[in-house]
Design a protein. Structure first.
Length: 270
């Protein structure tokens, strides 16, 4: 069985997108997702994205990180499937309903409302998520936000100086985080500007993370470090994040189709 795919990216955070809305696909297992994501023996991507039919939205988006694990939300992927859909859409995800629509600067995504309670992140035990009394070496007093998936944010003077490739996996797998965690290091450079690097749960260092940009912006706004609309610049480029008066997070940025192809499902054990 040959399965068509679309290779896409959002600011360098790349995806293999499979569309199961019209034609059935082989069952997406951890092994299949990780095999397709492999950059040497598969197609290669940070995340495998599957578009499916939904009873409560225009379609459902499933997200598998490069380690094969299924996760709740991905802001860059939401822009990618929004581009493929080609019209305003309500999208069902494990992290909740989101909305994507064409915008002058690409695709605007309403990511929903931020969550701050310790058991909504989730953490292993109760603590203040505004300034958490924990630390890893020189990274301390982070804030935690769930924006459909869990994030911890450290505000630092220079995000490039942090050994995120070393500390990221240690923090991700800390017992404090029963569902693991996405790790963000951010430098606020102006009332409307943040520089950000992200260690993504199950994927590692990434050129861009849409939910990381959302969580970091909300964390900075919550601490009074920025205004309610900011540009978050990641290694792959900028995203515009707004926290509206209605308590919604709106992310706006580009999405790009790279190429299309197909693969033999039997070659990947499907």
């Amino acid at each position: 069985m040959r399965v068509p795919f679309v290779k896409m990216h959002g600011l360098g955070n790349d995806f293999v997108v499979l569309d199961a809305r019209a034609e059935p696909l082989p069952a997406i297992t951890t092994a299949l997702a990780s095999a397709l994501a492999d950059r040497k023996t598969g197609i290669g991507c940070d995340q495998l994205i599957v578009m499916e039919r939904s009873d409560i939205a225009d379609f459902r988006m499933r997200i598998f990180n490069s380690d094969g694990g299924e996760v709740e939300s991905c802001g860059n992927a939401a822009r990618a499937v929004g581009l493929l859909h080609g019209a305003p859409a309500r999208i069902e995800t494990l992290g909740g309903l989101i909305e994507a629509s064409p915008a002058a600067a690409g695709i605007a995504v309403d990511m929903g409302e931020p969550r701050f309670e310790w058991d909504q992140i989730p953490l292993a035990y109760a603590m203040d998520t505004h300034a958490m009394p924990v630390g890893w070496e020189r990274l301390d007093l982070p804030t935690a936000v769930n924006v459909g998936n869990p994030h911890i944010i450290f505000f630092v003077a220079d995000c490039d100086a942090v050994e995120l490739d070393r500390l990221g996996p240690e923090i991700e797998h800390d017992p404090l985080f029963p569902e693991r965690i996405n790790v963000n290091v951010a430098a606020v450079t102006a009332r409307d500007a943040i520089r950000l690097r992200v260690w993504e749960r199950g994927a590692g260092l990434t050129r861009a993370c849409g939910t990381g940009a959302c969580a970091t912006a909300i964390g900075a706004m919550r601490r009074g470090l920025t205004d309610r609309a900011v540009t978050v610049t990641l290694p792959g480029g900028p995203l515009r994040i707004e926290w509206t008066a209605a308590n919604r997070i709106v992310m706006t940025g580009p999405a790009t189709e790279s190429f299309r192809g197909s693969f033999d499902s039997a070659a990947f054990g499907a």
